[in-house]
Design a protein around this ligand. Structure first.
Ligand code: GFB
Length: 319
């Protein structure tokens, strides 16, 4: 689908969620573009507060917006904090998308998630399969909120002609990730757990679930590069997947992380913990048609992420 190129150069570009893993990666990537970067701290503007968001947009009037702000977490965070995940993410999406329209934002990118697809949809997951079946129960609130954002972007394009696009990233990892022992995603969780086992001399590490689920992992700086590329080249009501096109079982992945970290003890699986959806491999045909593919291999990405964890941990040893 032909899309007019959007010129970022010289534009005021707002990155919502600039301190998060994805938002900070987009900020790093935009340093290579000649833009006027706009950010605002959560303490100054709570994106769940509609009046505050409308007021801030009316004064800051950004020309382009990356909506990377969200309440995110791993499978247990999603399952335990269900009300927070649906409220915060619906509020953030609705407030920023509406304010972007009211203030004439020229282009806005809404960041969704691969969890919006039905639990048992055919793999690899095509963008058309959204809403074609029941969702994975553990993250249904978050998925519903993200689907609402996608549909809002589509509706504002349809009714008001807004150039709002939606991207669906696969599981992401890298610098700035959240290492909370219970609420983190699997990559951060295993990097921390294997590192601590290596340092403490622990001889056995537990990985959640059966190890059988398959996941696709994209390094966050590749994600940021894809976001900037698509902001410039993609303009459609249709959401677009962002992934690598390859997946791995959690068991294989755990062994890979252990090898990169240098942990040589036993790996055990705790089947009392949830597996979540059996597979989430994205179909990246649309992304390939836009001329983008991921540059970082999983092995290299894990090594970069581990190095980032060690330097971030150095800054916050009790974290
Ligand atoms: O990354 P994760 O929490 O999210 O879990 P999802 C991925 C898989 O890793 C699951 C297994 O099968 C987990 O059982 N796993 C093994 C672990 N050990 C661990 C561990 O120590 N911590 C965690 N967290 N998992 C998320 C959605 O689903 O995907 C989010 O809940 C979001 O909303 C994200 O969409 C991209 O991939 O299962």
């Amino acid at each position: 689908m032909a899309s007019l190129p959007f010129e970022l150069r010289g534009k005021s570009v707002y990155v919502a969620g600039h301190r998060g893993m994805v938002g900070s990666a987009i900020v790093r990537r935009l340093a290579q573009e000649n833009v006027n970067l706009v950010t605002v701290d959560r303490r100054e503007v709570d994106l769940c507060n509609q009046a505050a968001v409308l007021d801030w947009f009316a004064t800051s009037r950004p020309q382009a917006v990356f909506l990377a702000a969200a309440k995110v977490g791993g499978i247990v965070a999603n399952d335990e904090l269900r009300a927070e995940f649906i409220y915060d993410n619906i509020a953030i999406g609705a407030n920023v998308i509406h304010a972007a329209h009211l203030n004439g934002v020229e282009k806005m990118m809404f960041l969704g998630s691969s969890c919006i697809y039905p639990k048992l949809a055919p793999q690899p997951l095509r963008e058309e399969s959204v809403l074609s079946g029941p969702l994975e129960p553990t993250n249904e609130p978050y998925a519903i909120a993200k689907i609402a954002g996608i549909k809002m972007a589509e509706a504002y394009r349809s009714q008001y002609g807004c150039d709002f696009i939606s991207v669906m990233p696969t599981n992401l990892y890298g610098p700035g990730d959240n290492y909370h022992p219970e609420y983190s995603h699997v990559v951060a969780a295993l990097i921390r757990r294997f590192h601590e086992a290596k340092i403490m001399g622990t001889t056995s590490v537990t990985v959640w679930g059966t190890g059988a689920p398959r996941r696709e992992f994209l390094y966050v700086d590749d994600m940021a590069d894809a976001c900037v590329h698509l902001m410039k080249t993609y303009s459609s009501a249709e959401p677009i997947n962002i992934g690598t096109g390859a997946d791995i079982t959690i068991a294989e992945f755990a062994h890979l992380v252990a090898e990169v970290v240098g942990y040589q003890g036993e790996i055990r699986f705790d089947t009392s913990r949830p597996d979540g959806t059996p597979q989430k491999l994205l179909d990246i045909s649309r992304l390939a048609a836009q001329g983008w593919s991921a540059a970082t291999s999983l092995e290299s990405g894990i090594a970069f992420a581990y190095r980032a964890y060690q330097s971030e941990r150095g800054a916050n040893p009790t974290g």
